[in-house]
Design a protein around this ligand. Structure first.
Ligand SMILES: Nc1ncnc2c1ncn2[C@@H]1O[C@H](COP(=O)(O)OP(=O)(O)OP(=O)(O)O)[C@@H](O)[C@H]1O
Ligand SMILES: [Mg+2]
Length: 269
């Protein structure tokens, strides 16, 4: 074969091989890109599903806590007031006008208070009560119920102009507050609870502090025997893109800080 033709054949083979190689590279690149894209979409979808699952769970836990409050309130408070009013009414003696007047006045007060408390309770039954009341009033309501036990001194204060978070985040924030308060009641032996709300333009920060016995945080990272409460709080804060920290000193107390970035947070959905 003449050298010229051989060179043409070699060039053709080299060209074709380069083109084939390039084609193969492009196909593998596209394949990799598509796989990565699919993985990303899958991860995003999983994140969305976890967020929705946690939202739903938070909602159910809030309802469960509300039912507990309501049954306690009916039994310990409203029930007692009505029983006392009934006792007053059944021991009225028309032959003793002074005591009769006093009993009527006491009964009126008791029934009035029972109606007021029932009205407050029914607010808590509305499915959207956090959105209806606003976070601050919902927290006040929660603290009021704790104060009623007589064992705690509570403070709620705030800095900055209050703004609403979106409904979903408010629900999770509220659930985190409830769990932290439950922990204080269950474990801290504290007498004081301070809740501070900081509304700054970039971030909403919630700090809950108690002056109880405190606890050792080191096992929290390893020990699975701990309850689900703190784990859930961490997880839920993470899912809504918030920071969550606990600090505790033995003998001095515990602080829980939740920081919610505000970029998309101040538009109600
Ligand atoms: N404010 C607090 N003061 C003292 N100890 C606390 C406080 N909060 C939490 N702890 C300790 O941390 C542990 C873990 O709390 P976590 O909420 O995860 O679980 P739990 O309250 O024991 O159970 P669960 O929340 O599942 O009902 C508690 O058992 C308690 O020992
Ligand atoms: Mg707990």
């Amino acid at each position: 074969m003449p050298t010229e033709s051989r060179e043409i054949i070699i060039t053709l083979i080299a060209g074709t091989s380069t083109l084939l190689l390039l084609g193969a590279l492009m196909i593998s690149f596209l394949f990799l890109y598509r796989n990565r894209h699919r993985k990303l979409l899958r991860e995003r979808e999983q994140l969305r599903l976890s967020y929705e699952r946690e939202l739903l769970k938070s909602q159910l836990e809030i309802q469960e806590q509300t039912f507990k409050h309501i049954s306690l309130e009916i039994h310990d408070n409203i029930g007692q007031m009505l029983s006392l009013a009934k006792l007053n009414l059944s021991t009225m003696d028309p032959s003793q006008p002074t005591s009769l007047e006093q009993k009527i006045s006491d009964s009126k007060k008791l029934v009035g208070q029972a109606i007021y408390d029932l009205r407050n309770l029914s607010h808590g039954l509305s499915t959207d009560y956090i959105a209806d009341m606003g976070l601050t009033r919902a927290i006040e309501h929660e603290l009021e119920m704790i104060r009623k036990s007589g064992d705690y001194d509570t403070v709620l204060d705030s800095d900055g102009k209050a703004y609403p978070l979106d409904k979903q985040r408010e629900l999770i924030v509220y659930r985190i507050i409830q769990e932290t308060l439950n922990n204080i009641i269950k474990h801290s032996a504290s007498q004081k609870i301070i809740i501070h709300l900081q509304y700054s333009p970039e971030e909403f920060t919630l700090t809950i502090t108690d002056n109880g016995k405190g606890f050792d945080l080191t096992p929290l990272n390893h020990d699975t025997s701990y309850g689900l409460g703190i784990k859930n709080m961490y997880n839920r804060a993470k899912l809504m893109g918030a920071g969550f920290q606990i600090s505790s000193t033995l003998g001095e107390g515990t602080s829980v800080v939740l920081s919610v970035p505000v970029e998309n947070a101040n538009t109600r959905t």
